[in-house]
Design a protein around this ligand. Structure first.
Ligand SMILES: C[S@@+](CC[C@H](N)C(=O)[O-])C[C@H]1O[C@@H](n2cnc3c(N)ncnc32)[C@H](O)[C@@H]1O
Length: 288
């Protein structure tokens, strides 16, 4: 399993359906349904957190504050700064396990030793975009939510990357790639982290199981002559690393050759020394 190294973020412990996490100096408790073990909560921070997210059985949930905490606060990693805030669906604005993919994209861009154009689909608050910009790529960032794109821009600004070559687009990912195909715009690298279900800004419905194959085919048609990579991450149950590897091999290899690998990604739990799985990533890499 691929795991990321962090200083400002820490998965301290896991027990009884919850994670105990440190985000900078802020301690949060968030639900995680895969934590089916009721291990003893020995770390004092279980009783000393700033806030806890409670799931509602009617859907959604809410944050229960225990202490005063800032509305927004920054954490940093490898020269990038991310602004965090507690939001609906237990989100904070960052998926720390994705750091392995930011590092991978950085390596592939820096290793190319040529100008690299990256397309980041379902870009959320922009962490992958920032990593690619810092590595020297020009990036097209697409997300359906105006608020998320604004947040990503703010993260770029606080990371000192506002002047780098980036296009910020509020758009439906499928429609956008269709238009790029028609316009003849091409990319050397594509990154995507599609949700199981989502909506474009015009109400376009995104259902991963029905549309991922089609979107990947569209992505193939907008890859440059010497493509470098396609990174597909997913949190969708049933989309195992083996399934994702199969999908990329069957779609990409016949047209572009290259190699495909896939694995779980995860976070090291300080208390146990073990790794909590947090999603799956498949990577296609070109031969160049
Ligand atoms: C859970 S996030 C992905 C995680 C993120 N890429 C990361 O690494 O931290 C899903 C994002 O997809 C966006 N989204 C959902 N449906 C979309 C669509 N049809 N077109 C564009 N973006 C969409 C949402 O606005 C949201 O920001």
């Amino acid at each position: 399993m691929r795991t990321a190294d962090w200083q400002d973020y820490e998965l301290i412990d896991t027990s009884s359906g919850e994670r105990l996490e440190r985000w900078g100096d802020i301690i949060l408790i968030r639900p995680d349904p895969q934590i089916i073990w009721d291990s003893e909560k020995k770390d004092h921070r279980w009783h000393n957190a700033h806030a806890r997210y409670h799931r509602s059985n009617k859907g959604g949930g809410h944050w229960e504050p225990y202490k005063n905490m800032p509305d927004v606060w920054p954490i940093s990693r490898k020269g990038l700064t991310f602004r965090l805030k507690p939001m609906g669906f237990k989100h904070t604005g960052l998926f720390p396990e994705q750091a392995v993919n930011w590092d991978l994209a950085t390596e592939m861009i820096e290793g190319a030793k040529r100008p690299v154009k990256v397309l980041n689909l379902f870009g959320y608050t922009g962490a992958a975009t920032l990593a690619c910009l810092k590595a020297g790529a020009s990036v097209t960032h697409v997300d359906a939510s105006k608020g998320m794109v604004q947040w990503a821009k703010e993260n770029a600004a606080v990371s000192g990357l506002a002047e780098r070559p980036v296009r910020w687009l509020v758009d439906d990912c499928v429609k956008f790639v269709q238009r790029e195909q028609r316009r003849g715009n091409r990319y050397d690298g594509i990154i995507m982290d599609p949700p199981s279900y989502g909506r474009g800004p015009g109400g376009e419905v995104w259902k991963l199981e029905e549309q991922l194959d089609g979107l990947l085919r569209l992505c193939l048609s907008v890859m440059s002559r010497e493509p470098l990579f396609l990174v597909l991450n997913s949190y969708t149950t049933g989309l195992s690393p083996a399934v994702m590897e199969y999908l990329l091999k069957v779609l990409m290899a016949p047209k572009l050759g290259g190699t495909v690998s896939a694995d779980e990604i995860g976070l090291l739990v300080t208390y146990s020394g073990m790794v909590l799985p947090c999603g799956n990533t498949a990577i296609w890499q070109g031969e160049a």
